[in-house]
Design a binder for this molecule. Structure first.
Ligand code: EPZ
Length: 417
């Protein structure tokens, strides 16, 4: 087990380039199963979740090589349609494999992805969507088995705009007979990137990024090459790092439109924001209280709720942060309170009274984004902090300590004694 040791009160300054988005890469890696051939994916960071998806694809029979930040995935020979339980448990995003496996092999068996630190994470919307286009899904004994003679186009109306369920439905529908309409689809930018990838394979997907997506089924798809979109959540995390240390940080290779809801809130707090076509610059400002409610895109992203909560613990004024997406996504609060933060949680709402400065402490990451938030808090806190369970952070932030050091942070990785 590893930990970060952070010496606080260090202003961050400089420029950092964003790499490819984990939440775009994972469904795209699953989509490579839709055809036989060699797919090439560029700008892929070294992340634990991506390594788990590589291991799953390899266990199914794919041949995967990595040349620096390029993944080469050969899905010519896939000899299994069962996802191993231990890997399903390690990463719930493996549920994305249902759609492509049903599309190409007409069957898939996997264990229930199970919950994680932020909530039970059901997959009822995924199952209902696949049943709507002809899948026969059986659940029992901790397993899900889905099969079909032939997927047929249909109408999918989501009760909730689930990101993963939208992506699963898209990937299942591309090889179905006939057309599928997906209504109340999630609109996250990663879904648009998946549409781009699928259409490069020869699929006919339209409307991703809006709440209605149409998929006209095709007979066959071919492997393709793709540069994934950059990681808006990683970018938002670095913007907060600049703001919380009252520094001057330029985040490059990011579409500012993807983070409008976040930069708008930062401006409301008094932080200076400058945006260009593919960069966002954050400069020090005083930190006033702000109210935030997480919502499906283009609302404020739940994955940046924890980093922003760390930010508002500093400064003047009171903030109210409401988490509407996940049931249990305030695991960072108790840890921040150990650092002196004044926070009260009532149900899905956290009320935070800003104080001039947190104090360093030994804290533990409980999930990916909560871990990132604790690092951010430690950067600004008085004294030294230790952040334990860094493996959570490594799931979604590539070499976070190296990137922060490049901006001047005093942070290092150590084996937990
Ligand atoms: C994706 O998760 C992301 N993961 C999450 O990022 C992100 O927080 C989330 O979308 C919301 O933006 C990946 O893309 C790999 P959902 P996903 O289905 O698809 C409920 C990170 O930190 N729900 O939109 O699982 C669910 O319980 C991760 O990078 C059902 O009830 O999110 C949750 O409350 C964390 N039934 C809500 O919908 C279902 O069948 C949103 O889930 C599916 C979801």
């Amino acid at each position: 087990m590893e930990k970060f040791i952070v010496k606080g009160e260090v202003q961050l300054n400089g420029t950092i380039r964003m790499s490819g988005a984990k939440n775009a890469i994972l469904p795209i890696m699953a989509a490579t199963l839709l055809c036989s051939g060699i797919s090439i994916i560029h700008d892929v960071p070294y992340l634990r979740d991506i390594k788990v998806m590589q291991d799953i694809l390899a266990l199914l029979g794919a041949k995967i090589t990595r040349e620096k930040n390029t993944l080469v995935i050969d899905t010519t020979i896939i000899q299994d349609t069962e996802i191993p339980e231990h890997l399903m448990r390690e990463m719930r995003a493996s549920v994305f494999l249902m759609g492509p496996m049903l599309g190409r092999f007409h069957k898939v068996r996997m264990s229930y992805p199970g919950g994680c630190a932020i909530g039970p994470r059901p997959i009822d919307l995924h199952i209902k969507a696949l049943e709507k286009i002809g899948a026969d899904v059986k659940e029992g004994f901790g397993f899900i088995e889905a099969q079909t003679n032939c997927l047929t186009g249909g109408e999918i109306n989501f009760d909730y705009p689930s990101v993963g369920a939208t992506e699963n439905a898209m990937m299942a529908a591309v090889l179905a007979k006939g057309s599928t309409i997906i209504r109340n689809a999630a609109r996250e930018p990663e879904i648009y990137d998946l549409q781009v990838f699928l259409n490069k394979m020869g699929a006919k997907v339209m409307g991703a990024g809006s709440d209605i997506i149409r998929v006209d089924g095709t007979e066959k798809l071919t492997a393709t090459e793709h540069i994934v979109m950059s990681d808006r959540i990683q970018a938002g995390t670095f913007l907060v790092a600049g703001a919380i240390t009252r520094g001057d940080v330029m985040v490059e290779n990011i579409l500012s439109e993807h983070l409008f809801s976040v930069t708008d809130k930062l401006k409301e707090m008094g932080v200076q924001i400058t945006t260009g076509k593919n960069y966002i610059r954050v400069q020090s400002g005083d930190l006033r209280g702000v109210d935030i409610k997480t919502l499906p895109y283009p609302g404020f992203p739940t994955d940046l709720q924890a980093p922003m909560l760390s930010l508002v613990t500093n400064g003047k004024g009171t903030s109210i942060i409401t988490e509407t997406i996940f049931e249990n996504r305030f695991k960072h609060v108790d840890e921040l309170i150990r650092m002196g933060a004044k926070i009260k949680v009532e149900g899905r709402t956290a009320i935070i009274r800003g104080i001039p400065k947190l104090t360093g402490a030994i804290v533990a990451a409980h999930d990916l984004r909560a871990g990132g938030a604790l690092v951010l808090a430690a950067l600004a806190a008085e004294g030294t902090s230790e952040i334990e369970n860094v493996y959570h952070i490594d799931r979604g932030y590539e070499a976070l300590e190296e990137k922060l050091r490049s901006l001047g942070a005093n942070i290092s990785r150590h084996k937990k004694d």
